[in-house]
Write a protein that binds this ligand. Sequence first.
Ligand SMILES: Cc1cc2nc3c(=O)[nH]c(=O)nc-3n(C[C@H](O)[C@H](O)[C@H](O)COP(=O)(O)O)c2cc1C
Length: 738
Amino acid sequence: MLRHLHSIPGLIVALVVTVIAATGAMLAVLPAWEHARSAGSSSAISVAGLAEAVAEKYPGVERIERKPSGAVVVYYFEGDVPGADVVDPRTGDKIEPYEPSGFARTVTQLHRSFFAGNAGRVTAGVGAAAMLLLSITGIMLLASRLGGWRKLFSPIRGDGIRRWHAELGRLALPGLTVSALTGLYMSLATFGMISDGSDAEPDFPDAVAGTEAMAISDIAPLKATSIDNLRELRFPYQGDLNDAFTLTTADGMGYVDQATGELLNYMPNGMVKTVYETIFMLHTGQGLWWFALLLGPSALAVPFFAATGVLIWWRRRAATPKIADNHGAQSADTVILVGSEGNTTWGFAKTLHEALTAAGHKVHTGAMNDLAKSYKHAERMFVLAATYGDGAAPASARQFLDKLEAITTAPAFPVAVLGFGDRQFPRFCGFARDVEETLVAKGWRQLAPIATIDRQSAQEFARWGDEIGQRIDTPLSLVHVAARPKTARMVLVERIDYGTEVQAPTSVLRFAAAQGERKGLLARLFRRSLPRFHAGDLVGILPPGSDLPRFYSLASSARDGVLEICVRKQPGGLCSGYLHGLRPGDAIEAFVKPNPAFRPRRGKEPLILIGAGTGIGPLTGFIRNNSGRRPIHLYFGGRSPNSDFLYREDLRMWLTDRRLSGVRTAFSRSEERAYVQHKLAADADVLRHMISRGAQVMVCGGRDMAQGVVAALEKVLHPLGLDVGTLKEQGLYVEDVY
Ligand SMILES: Cc1cc2nc3c(=O)[nH]c(=O)nc-3n(C[C@H](O)[C@H](O)[C@H](O)COP(=O)(O)O)c2cc1C
């Protein structure tokens, strides 16, 4: 709900808000510019002194205005021709003609009304209201994402665009809220919906002396007013003895009898006027030039928010499959919540949604992150959750457990959890199990105990459907046909083979984008390139005859010009066998899947890379891209230095050019019979030193190796009062384990 409140107005008014903010940022510089050009402080000069000097230099003076920047402007007539000059307040001498800049006027008009009169002014007002709504919902969203208001300033995780949208939002929020709130107030005042206090001006006095004017320098109220306090002094109409001076100061307004010097009908500013003046000052920076300079940069961030916000919305939309007949969360009798990262679980949810709809139910399907506090008409709920990392939540379910914790009363309807995972991972369906455990602990009724689906098995899903159908008295035939992922064709350009002598055939395979049939200039013009990816991301490969991708960690990044993986041939392995059979020139169908959780942190702190067998693949990608020469130490485990020492020559080269600071190897079928964890134990002091300097540990390889590494590092960390769990929480220990 909150997200819709943020994204829908955001999309509608992105352009309007961008124009208002960009022009606002330009206008923010003006008060400081005018302030720099103004004559400076003049508290010693009285309005009487100024008016006397001006009247002498400008016999046709109509009024004197003191601008918020401090500049004193005299408006006068020379014959019938009006003029305006900036004058020196001490002498009344002309400094320069007063000509407000055309640029400033154009930008101001664009800011206030888009050059479209009243319709434009209404649009600007709506824009200010939307900006206020976006600021408030944006910060509420961020607080809920970070786990509460108290964590509002904790580090923000996530990929580039989302993270920067939130980081910058947090910084710009105070400025944007002030600008939006004050802008909205001023818009409402423009349309008379809020009073600006100007209707409370004093009436012209019923009677004035009407006799000859006294010398201006002797008029007491003008003598008592410093020009710092002056807003405007209107002179009596020339030769009209029944007219009076009109004096407007920061505090109020009144009339001054030109014959007696008496202050008549003075009216101090009321509350409404004072509030308006303050809001005007806060919004425009007129009279508070440094404040405008603080607001300017916040406004400048708005075009960035608009662009990244639209991109985030678009990506989320593209990633969420369209589900027909999707009822609202509060009107549905059946709620399906989905936790997915790679989108395949959405496909299963869609099949379930369609079957339930066909059986006459009103079904709502949404992301687990959108768990509502209550569902008015729900009679049952299904939670379909995939698992990532080391039993962690997928992207569309990261906030689920926090939201669930916040619900204090268990609902009346029952819930069934269905986990999606892969038995090769140590924590098979670990996240779905955590969800089930929490639901049970919080007293939610079970519709059925948790069930699991291994590697997107359509058969297991159909069996689960049969069981659920019996429980809800609605026969469910769940025939799930997996959507074939969108792939690109890639051609094998190089392969290097290792490990046959030690019964661990392993190949480094390098692919380039397939170029199709075009030849010559056309081929050069329409050259296909590889998709964008980083080392450590995953490539999903479809072996012939299967729509179920197998994932491999990438050992290169797109800028290396090739897509590189390191594959060990598994006995009976469909995909690894297929890949090992490829010859240069053969093509595969593949797609890239980002894996931002397994990337080196930015910075200069050391990296400790630990990998065994093909696990060295992504680690070499990090080393190859280490152009900043941060210290990188690699621990590599294999079987025999003569057969499966993967990347041996590359490592030697990287040591020479200092992309790599040190390598430790451990071979299990050599004389030393060592594993990487033995080398870690032997290097305990050095490792402690690096970890206490903020080093990040990155582990890639098989499950057993990863467990051995954890055990060895626990011992290394113990004297520091640290453990692997703490490092993981801080993002200083990351794994890519299979
Ligand atoms: C990087 C990665 C990590 C994974 N980690 C686990 C895991 O720890 N436990 C598990 O059971 N499955 C794991 N899986 C398997 C996925 O949960 C499974 O493929 C699921 O069907 C994906 O659903 P989705 O496409 O909707 O995200 C992992 C898959 C990938 C690509």
